[in-house]
Design a protein around this ligand. Structure first.
Ligand code: KG4
Length: 342
């Protein structure tokens, strides 16, 4: 008997990107994202504005994703949605939309943990592209604006968190330092660009001394701020004169902190498949460090395509696809959650 195609619609709305994607039998057909420029003026995401923008974007984004995939909504097998963690108001838009559409179509819904989705981006297949996926168990450094974690992936839906930040996330630290320097938002891509023109050894900032695999970035942020204040007493235009070196030195410090702990985890667990995921994985310095560490420690390194680093629905759809194969559906009354339940 001929196997029926499985079409999963993925919906992501956990922060400030409204995204919808369609996956057929594990292969990506479309991935449409509407970003929200409204937050730029505020130097950070304003939750209420994010929810309103999601409400405006969700229908056209889903519509475009279906059109680009060349399918009708009646062909969908299930709808996967980000249930959390994230901003509650933002999540509610995607969660409610997914439930409503699934109910009207009479198809199952699949809840996806946003962090699990980021890691699962490594399993998205594209027609005609080389397929290279990590083997379980593998390690994944998940670095975004809200998270910095070392995860041991035992199976596609079995995440063991070996370590995580006890305060700020890496992306948050970069964004805050960039704000202190008077650069735009989000700071990550700006710091990345400036860092390519600077000397990473020009300045040194304090590094945390935390046990195990946990991270901390709040001390670095403070050290960066206090150092700038001191230097600006001597030269009020210090930032303008040294912005490339400051960016390069900050980036190097963060990358060093991230990679040292990851290397310790790889050594202790003897795991050789090592991946990176999340918004900060777009960073050039971090990507280069992965390649260097891979060569040095004989890791099989997995670095995502740029389009899968920041929030996107393709990663939600692929996670949903694997859950679909396991008939791992959720009930309509399952609520969104802002934080991971402990
Ligand atoms: O995963 P993501 O899109 O959103 C969540 O936080 O869930 O990550 C956003 C973070 C921001 O802090 C942003 O500044 C950072 O990723 N980022 C970068 C780069 N591109 C984005 N950080 C460093 N270098 C980049 N090229």
């Amino acid at each position: 008997m001929e196997q029926k195609d499985i079409y999963i619609l993925g919906i992501e709305s956990s922060c400030d990107d409204t995204s919808a994607a369609v996956i057929r039998n594990g292969f990506l057909l479309s991935n449409v994202t509407a970003s929200q420029s409204v937050h730029e003026a505020y130097g950070g995401v304003v939750p209420e504005l994010a929810s309103r923008a999601h409400q405006q974007n969700i229908v056209p984004v889903v519509d475009q994703a279906l059109k680009k995939a060349g399918i009708t909504q009646e062909q969908l097998s299930a709808i996967a949605f980000t249930r959390g963690p994230g901003l509650m108001g933002s999540l509610l838009v995607g969660v409610s939309f997914a439930k409503g559409l699934a109910l009207s179509l009479g198809i199952p819904i699949i809840d996806v943990n946003h962090l699990n989705g980021h890691v699962m981006a490594h399993f998205i297949k594209e027609e005609g592209a080389e397929v290279r996926q990590p083997r379980f168990p593998f390690l994944c450094l998940l670095v975004s604006g809200g998270n910095s974690q070392i995860i041991k992936m035992n199976a596609y839906n079995d995440m063991e968190i070996l370590g995580q930040t006890i305060d700020d996330a890496a992306g948050e630290a970069i964004d805050k330092c960039s704000k202190v320097m008077g650069l735009g938002y989000p700071g990550g891509p700006i710091i990345d660009k400036l860092a390519r023109m600077g000397n990473p050894d020009a300045f040194s900032f304090s590094k945390p001394n935390i046990k195990g695999y946990d991270y901390s970035f709040s001390g670095l942020k403070t050290s960066f701020l206090y150092s700038l204040n001191d230097w600006m007493k001597e030269d009020p235009n210090f930032i303008e004169h040294h912005k490339e070196d400051l960016a390069a030195s900050l980036e190097k410090t963060i990358v060093d902190i991230l990679m040292k702990k990851l290397q310790k985890a790889a050594k202790d667990t003897k795991i050789k498949d090592v991946a990176v995921a999340g918004g900060v994985s777009a960073n050039t310095g971090l990507r280069n460090a992965f390649i260097d560490y891979g060569k040095r420690y004989h890791w099989n390194v997995f670095i995502p395509k740029f389009s899968y680093t920041t929030d996107n629905a393709a990663m939600i759809a692929i996670t949903g696809y694997y859950k679909y194969l396991d008939h791992d559906f959720c009930s309509i009354d399952l609520p969104a959650y802002a934080r991971i339940e402990k």
